[in-house]
Design a binder for this molecule. Structure first.
Ligand SMILES: [Ca+2]
Length: 440
């Protein structure tokens, strides 16, 4: 880990404010050691799904029976937030445990000009690797698109944000966030260092998965392929602790789905509305398939599954996708940032529970590290949510949540926080922070 780089000034600044967060962080996980077995961790994330898009969060028109069942059987978070109101910075906060006042980027990107993670940035996957997890991602990465193997852009460069440099044993999908929203592409990318799902490779580059059929006929819907690979990974990895990250691209535009079902007869809906609803219901079906696969293998009681979305919704007034909250995607408002948060762990998380614990994407890093029995990098902005998930122990609270890029920002204060915006910003916005991480 390089800690003598130009970001050292920011690191030192943040080290001071990180003390409170670190103080209550346990060295080892009681949850993880309860039966001597590390829990599997699955994080499923929709793309541009609003706070109000699921039945269990008040949706009346779009059918999400599987997620509603998951919610009824688990914990529903009512004040959980994505890291940013658009894709890339939100994913940066998720992967690093830092909010956008400290993490590598608060900018989105496209066309091969995406801001990237740097080599010295530590991700959730890297941390869980040190805990002994097999790590897999299927879907949208966003955090770097200059890499060996990419046929579209910069094919001779080996970018620091490349997936294979950030802790993943297995990858399948389209990592570039400009291209991943085409649902019938001519190729995807993959590598498999484990040989669990596909042919074993060194995993020091992406290999092209050709899909030539799609150029003639709509044959392979990418979302369906991602689910197939997620299930294959679970089948192959089930006997040892695994971390599976499933960043789906549904319901992000393109609005494109193989079948308008079950909304074909919704006569007064526009085609776009029918398509969006069909995409969400299809994704709901596939989340159900993932949960059923855990049960089939008898590992559901040793697996935490979290479902969420990477930012608020695009405008679909018919569906009230923001669930009555102001604004949506791209807005620094509750509608742009508050997202569904469902945690499911039969036998460990009490069914039918709700929590208004104020939380955000950067809490996932310390939460998963604790469940994996390792210390997260430090300093970070995240606070472990394990007490909230398990319904026992003292839950440390955030003073505030900060979301921002320059003058575009939102500060959500917890009830006890009385400082002014200026005082909070002085603490929350610094140079990029590079937390230290020492593998055990
Ligand atoms: Ca998004």
């Amino acid at each position: 880990m390089n800690t003598t780089d130009p970001t050292r000034r920011g690191f030192l600044k943040a080290a001071g404010l990180g003390i409170a967060a670190m103080a209550l962080r346990p060295a080892t996980s009681t949850a993880a050691k309860a039966d001597g077995k590390l829990p599997n961790l699955i994080f499923i994330m929709a793309d541009d799904l609003g706070y109000g898009d699921l039945g269990c969060y008040g949706q009346k028109l779009i059918q999400t029976p599987e997620l509603d069942k998951m919610c009824a059987a688990g914990l529903k978070l009512t004040r959980f937030h994505a890291g940013f109101p658009v894709c890339l910075p939100a994913r940066c906060t998720l992967m690093t445990g830092l909010h956008t006042g400290h993490c590598r980027t608060n900018k989105n990107g496209g066309g091969g000009k995406h801001p990237m993670l740097k080599t010295e940035d530590t991700t959730v996957a890297t941390v869980l690797k040190t805990a002994g997890y097999t790590t897999a991602m299927v879907g949208k990465w966003s955090l770097g698109d200059d890499f060996v193997g990419c046929v579209k852009k910069h094919q001779d460069k080996d970018g620091s944000g490349a997936i294979y440099k950030h802790g993943w044993d297995y990858y399948y999908g389209e990592p570039n966030q400009t291209y991943c929203h085409r649902y019938y592409p001519n190729q995807l990318y993959s590598y498999d260092r484990t040989g669990l799902v596909d042919k074993k490779t060194d995993g020091d580059r992406l290999d092209v998965v050709p899909l030539p059929e799609n150029s003639k006929k709509r044959t392979h819907y990418t979302h369906d392929l991602l689910t197939v690979k997620a299930l294959e990974f679970i089948d192959a990895a089930k006997d040892k602790p695994f971390f599976l990250y499933v960043p789906y691209t549904i319901p992000h535009a393109d609005y494109d789905v193989p079948e308008i079902e079950p909304y074909a007869k919704a006569a007064d809906w526009s085609k776009k509305e029918k398509t969006l609803a069909s995409m969400i219901t299809r994704m709901d079906r596939d989340v159900g398939r993932i949960l059923k696969r855990l049960t089939k293998h008898g590992i559901e009681k040793n697996t935490l599954v979290i479902f969420t979305s990477d930012n608020g919704p695009n405008k679909f007034p018919r569906f009230d996708s923001s669930g009555g909250l102001k604004g949506g995607k791209r807005n620094f408002t509750l509608g742009g940032l508050r997202v569904p948060g469902i945690a499911y762990w039969p036998g460990t998380i009490k069914a039918g529970t709700t929590s208004d614990h104020l939380s955000a994407f950067w809490d996932i890093m310390p939460t998963f590290a604790e469940l994996g029995g390792v210390k997260p990098p430090a300093p970070i902005d995240g606070i472990s949510m394990v007490p909230t998930l398990l319904g026992k122990g003292a839950q440390k609270k955030h003073n505030y949540l900060y979301f921002g890029a320059g003058k575009n920002r939102l500060i959500i204060r917890n009830e006890h926080e009385k400082r002014t915006d200026a005082e909070i910003l002085k603490e929350a916005v610094t140079d990029v922070v590079v937390p230290k991480f020492t593998a055990k």
